[in-house]
Design a binder for this molecule. Structure first.
Ligand code: 3AM
Length: 173
């Protein structure tokens, strides 16, 4: 079994903006390492080989049929989410492409008996974990465009959690 999730990866310029923002955060907490910054579309939980294969086949088929859309989203609000104890940069899911992509990921998760989100979708990138408060800081505006969907394997290691991309599918304009 592998702990998997589907997410979008920021590009190099966006990663630069995110790490600059992280550098200006103070207060207690653990900054998410640069290589781990991502925007989750679906946390899938523990998946068997068969579930991973079925998911990959479905996503490959959807990508081939050009049914996985590109999207744009602006992340411009810094928030402290008390329950998961994270500090994130969030936006709103207005782009129909992004909403469709989220819904398709959630539908596939449900069809395969995997974890689905119990919340409505709030696009966000987690910057800090174990965060205790919201710093007084003006959030930058980050324009994120999605061109590929990635399947990540979340692994615990002595260095902390490692995210490895297992597969990627192109999004279509
Ligand atoms: O993108 P964020 O940081 O919000 O918190 C985990 C991370 O979300 C979330 O899945 C993303 C990739 O690890 N996650 C981890 N365990 C979870 C759980 N049990 C979870 N989301 C929901 N339920």
């Amino acid at each position: 079994m592998k702990r998997l999730f589907l997410a979008i990866a920021p590009d190099a310029a966006q990663l630069e903006q995110l790490t600059q923002l992280q550098a200006s955060l103070d207060g207690e907490g653990r900054l998410v390492p640069r290589d781990n910054l991502h925007m989750t579309l679906a946390f899938l939980g523990q998946c068997s080989e068969a579930q991973q294969e079925a998911l990959s086949e479905s996503l490959a088929r959807l990508a081939h049929q050009r049914r996985l859309p590109t999207f744009e989203v602006t992340l411009n609000t810094l928030e402290h989410w008390v329950k998961p104890k994270i500090l994130c940069l969030k936006g709103a899911a207005r782009d129909p492409g992004l909403i469709s992509l989220f819904n398709q990921c959630q539908r596939l998760a449900q069809q395969l008996g995997l974890h689905t989100s119990e919340h409505s979708f709030t696009p966000h990138i987690t910057l800090m974990r174990k965060a205790k408060m919201l710093p007084e800081l003006k959030a930058p505006s980050l324009s994120l465009s999605g061109h590929a969907l990635h399947l990540y394997h979340s692994q615990s290691s002595e260095q902390g959690v490692l995210y490895k991309v297992l597969a990627s599918w192109p999004l279509t304009a």
